[in-house]
Design a binder for this molecule. Structure first.
Ligand SMILES: Cc1cc2nc3c(=O)[nH]c(=O)nc-3n(C[C@H](O)[C@H](O)[C@H](O)COP(=O)(O)OP(=O)(O)OC[C@H]3O[C@@H](n4cnc5c(N)ncnc54)[C@H](O)[C@@H]3O)c2cc1C
Length: 402
């Protein structure tokens, strides 16, 4: 059995769906999105929903200024409530090196027209009175605040893109695993897929679980997030990104008291209060080995609780109701891998978004779709091309959480 598509997007996370939606908007033909899981099964359904323009590089600041504007419009455009709340981001530092780096970032942000302010620990307490500024070597040394940053509820964001894409004719095939490709020289001629689950007993009886089929196409977008190296390897392309488990949890709901998302640049702690009142947060754990792992651990709860209660002792008695984990998609220079590759024609990458791909998807999805349709080189995508690793032109980004 075979079918045709003008473009196949692999991965029905936020990135794949944003790209597919924008491709359809541009009239790019028959678009098929394939995902081996349910929508929100990957990082896009497991993240903290943080959206911010506080970055250290001008490119990321400008990109996110645009993305925040798009987040504001999202509910109206997609007709779905994404619980976008702009309570700001409060970054904290606890050492001199990080303070100096933060100051540099804030300067870049101000030059881009962002109203971020550097704050003393006491000024930070005016924004979050429950914040303990600490003492001695672990005391907070400085903070930065931008009121435009905020949080969204990730699931409706994903569903919004999926539904809007489907309305424009995109076929979103869930429980459909990409298991291989058909090629001719440098060209892709088909994507081989296999159903991983069927919806009804009748479907199972008719199709069987092992049915494979080929979707005939010459253009493929690899938006498989932490799994993107597996997909690329099927075509002989080596990507340098590696998956890294990142854990997160949510507490019982509390009355609204916390305005911003608080992020500690020293140990990777972050937490915010959702519109439903829960405290949602996580922390970076460097000792976790690289590899796909979406399981939760007790160790995380201890590490997170210690850091959270150091920052806000009043949270000491709050009960955790749910914990989960997903994969960060880590690149060697903390910047994504976007655009075509040299060895396979029309094989576009859209991965390596670390712990910030959710917030970038609205704008990056639009730009990637434009790039594929118009084939006009974009300076940003030149910088983000896979080639940079071979050429040793690594980029940098200092404002990384977790
Ligand atoms: C705990 C946590 C907290 C985070 N917090 C934030 C945050 O606050 N703000 C932010 O912006 N970002 C955050 N992130 C990062 C963000 O979630 C990701 O960068 C983003 O969701 C990546 O989207 P994606 O579409 O590239 O990948 P994913 O959402 O992972 O989608 C990839 C999809 O590919 C599918 N797939 C894989 N292999 C195959 C195959 N062979 N065939 C078919 N389909 C396949 C998977 O099933 C998956 O659905 C966080 C991540 C985690 C884990």
């Amino acid at each position: 059995m075979s079918e045709r598509a003008d473009i196949v997007v692999i991965g029905g996370g936020i990135m794949g769906l944003a790209i597919a939606y924008n491709l359809a908007k541009l009239g790019a033909g028959d678009i098929v999105v394939v995902d081996r899981n349910y929508l929100c099964g990957g990082a896009s359904g497991r993240n903290g929903g943080g959206v911010r323009a506080q970055w250290s590089s001008e490119a990321n600041v400008r990109l996110m200024q645009e993305s925040i504007k798009m987040c504001r419009e999202f509910a109206r455009e997609m007709k779905i409530n994404v619980w976008f709340r702009q309570g700001g981001y409060l970054f904290l530092t606890r050492d001199e090196e990080k303070r100096r780096a933060l100051e540099k970032s804030v300067k870049v942000q101000n030059e881009c027209g962002l109203a971020t302010r550097m704050l003393t620990p006491k000024e930070a307490q005016k924004i979050v009175p429950e914040l303990d500024v600490g003492s001695g070597t672990s005391a907070i040394t400085a903070a930065s605040f931008n009121a435009d940053d905020g949080v969204v509820f990730p699931w409706p964001f994903v569903w919004g893109f999926a539904r809007a894409a489907e309305k424009l004719g995109v076929r979103v095939l869930t429980f459909t695993d990409v298991v291989g490709f058909e090629t001719k020289g440098k060209a892709i001629t088909g994507v081989v897929v296999k159903k991983t689950a069927t919806k009804t007993a009748t479907e199972t009886a008719t199709l069987g679980k092992t049915e494979t089929r080929t979707i005939r196409t010459s253009r493929v977008v690899n938006a498989a997030g932490a799994w993107s190296p597996e997909i690329a390897r099927m075509l002989g392309v080596e990507l340098p990104n590696t998956p890294h488990r990142h854990e997160i949890c949510s507490t019982e709901p509390l009355k609204p008291w916390l305005g911003p998302l608080v992020a500690d640049l020293t140990d990777g702690l972050y937490f915010s209060q959702s519109t439903r009142g829960e405290i949602v947060g996580g922390i970076g754990q460097e000792r976790v080995p690289h590899g796909i792992d979406q399981n939760s651990s007790f160790a995380f709860l201890g590490i997170y609780a210690r850091s959270l209660t150091r920052a806000c002792p009043v949270l000491g008695n709050v009960k955790v109701l749910r914990q989960w984990a997903g994969c960060y998609d880590i690149t060697p220079d903390a910047n994504p891998i976007v655009g075509p590759v040299d060895d396979v024609a029309h094989f576009y990458q859209a991965s390596g978004f670390m712990g910030h791909g959710f917030m970038m998807a609205p704008v990056v999805g639009k730009l990637i779709a434009q790039y594929i349709v118009e084939e006009t080189p974009l300076p940003m995508f030149e910088r983000w091309n896979l080639r940079r690793f071979k050429e040793g032109k690594l980029l940098s980004e200092a404002m990384i959480i977790g």
